[in-house]
Structures are given as structure tokens and as C-alpha cells.
Design a binder for this molecule. Structure first.
Ligand code: NI
Length: 260
């Protein structure tokens, strides 16, 4: 969440999910989304993800659930993280940045996120603090990202996370208009600051029942922290779920959530 503002240069050096992102600080011109032939896309998505978003039958009113969330990607380490989660049968939620999706060649990682049953959420187009934007720029940040993800995956996102956790009544209203619930977090791993896998594992491992854990898949050290974290949470008897699974339904547009 904070990583973008804090280490922009580092981020530019390491991210991209196979492609280098274009990072802007201001309002950016719309880049035309890479649109596949609609018939081809529909066929591909049908084979990739029958019935998405398909929540599993998990009742977090009775189980000990935790939602892991990964922000600011897709980046260079997202593929590896997806491999890990797939091999362990774990689902998470990815709050993607529009510019990073645009830099994700062919939408490879973005499509994988959806195809492998994870929830995908809107983390704005260029990771700006949304309350400071004009109405027009605010709308662009959410809508353009939503349109791009939809063009690549066929999925319209239902959750968003405001960059830096910065929101306002105006941001809430725009999120509601876009059909997006605002998802914050209850456990901050500070993984953007402390690039030590054991530290990230320990902090995330403190999650209690119903927690939403904030991490960033743009950092190698965070992805390295995940195997140990999955072991730790499994030992504690936690079931790892997506945001919608945590609440047992799609959260309400515009409303703010920090934990179950
Ligand atoms: Ni962020």
C-alpha cells in the first residue's frame, strides 16, 4: 500500500510481471486496453474459469477464516506467488494497479489471478491518493482500471482498496457508483518497509479470526514469506479465503470493510 510512494524508484526497477510498467504521478492519458477478439476471449475464459466468481462453500461464521490480500501488482513476483498458492490450494485477493495490469504482457498474470480462483480488486490506475483528486480524475482511476481488467478477464471487479487507505465520502460515493466495496485491512505486515521474509511471516501470522492481512506481491521478500506463513496459519487451524468468501457474499458497494 505505502510502497508506491515510498520507493517508487525501486518499484520501477523490479516490477512488471514480465514487462516494465509506466509509472506516472499525475493524471494519465487513457491507454487503450489490449482487447482480444471477443469470441476468442469468451472461449478462452470459459475454459479457464467456469462460473467465476465461484465462491467455495466455506462458512466463515463457523470456521476460523483469514483473508490474505496482495496489493500493487501484478509484478515480477506475482507468477511465483500464484504457483505457490496453486500448489497449496490457497485462495487470496489481489488488489491490482491499472498501470501494472497494462504493463502485464498479454494480461498473463491478471488472467491467471482470475483463472485460478482468486478474487481480483481495483487498486486505482496509478496509485494516487484518491481524496485529493478531482471528480473526473477520481472516476478515471477506478473506471479505467475496471474496464481494462474486464477487457482482459471478462470479470467486473466488485471490491477496491484505496491507495494508502486514504478515502473520503466522495471516494465512497464514487466506489458505490462503480459497484465497488472499499476493503481496508486489520493486519498490516509493513512488508514494503521490512524486506525480511521471517518478519513478514511473523507479522502476518498474528492474524486473528476474520482478519484481512495487507501484503504486497511486488516484493520478492513478501513472496518468500508466504510458504512459512501458510504453514503457520494452517497449524493454527485457519482457512484462507477471498474477501467475498470472508463475508459470505459480495461486500456492499461503497461500504468500508476492515475485518469480518
Ligand atoms: Ni498500494
Amino acid at each position: 500500500m505505502w510502497a508506491w510512494g515510498v520507493s517508487l524508484a525501486m518499484l520501477m526497477a523490479v516490477t512488471g510481471c514480465g514487462a516494465r510498467p509506466v509509472v506516472h504521478r499525475g493524471h494519465v492519458a487513457a491507454r487503450p486496453p489490449a482487447v482480444m477478439d471477443p469470441g476468442k476471449l469468451a472461449k478462452k475464459l470459459e475454459s479457464m474459469q467456469p462460473g467465476w466468481p465461484r465462491a467455495r462453500r466455506i462458512d466463515c461464521a463457523h470456521l476460523k477464516c483469514v483473508a490474505l490480500t496482495f496489493d500493487d501488482g501484478p509484478g515480477d513476483y506475482t507468477d511465483g506467488l500464484l504457483d505457490l498458492l496453486r500448489d497449496r490450494g490457497v485462495r487470496a485477493t489481489f488488489f491490482v494497479v491499472g498501470q501494472m495490469v497494462a504493463a502485464d504482457k498479454g494480461g498473463h498474470c491478471t488472467r491467471r489471478i482470475v483463472a485460478e480462483g482468486h478474487e481480483i480488486g481495483n487498486h486505482s490506475w496509478s496509485h494516487l491518493s484518491l481524496p485529493e483528486l478531482s471528480d473526473h480524475a477520481l472516476r478515471f482511476q477506478l473506471k479505467h482500471t475496471g474496464d481494462l481488467v474486464e477487457s482482459l478477464t471478462g470479470v467486473r471487479m466488485r471490491v477496491m482498496r484505496p491507495p494508502y487507505g486514504a478515502t473520503s465520502r466522495r471516494v465512497a460515493a464514487e466506489a458505490r457508483r462503480e459497484g465497488l466495496a472499499q476493503i481496508l485491512w486489520s493486519v498490516d505486515t509493513l512488508d514494503w518497509r521490512d524486506r525480511v521474509p521471517a518478519v513478514v511471516t511473523r507479522r502476518a501470522g498474528r492474524a486473528g479470526v476474520g482478519a484481512i492481512v495487507l501484503m504486497h506481491d511486488i516484493h520478492r521478500t513478501t513472496v518468500e514469506a508466504v510458504p512459512g506463513l501458510l504453514d503457520l496459519l494452517a497449524k493454527k487451524g485457519y482457512t484462507l479465503v477471498t474477501i467475498s468468501e470472508l463475508y459470505g457474499r459480495t461486500p456492499a458497494p461503497g461500504r468500508m470493510y476492515t475485518a469480518r
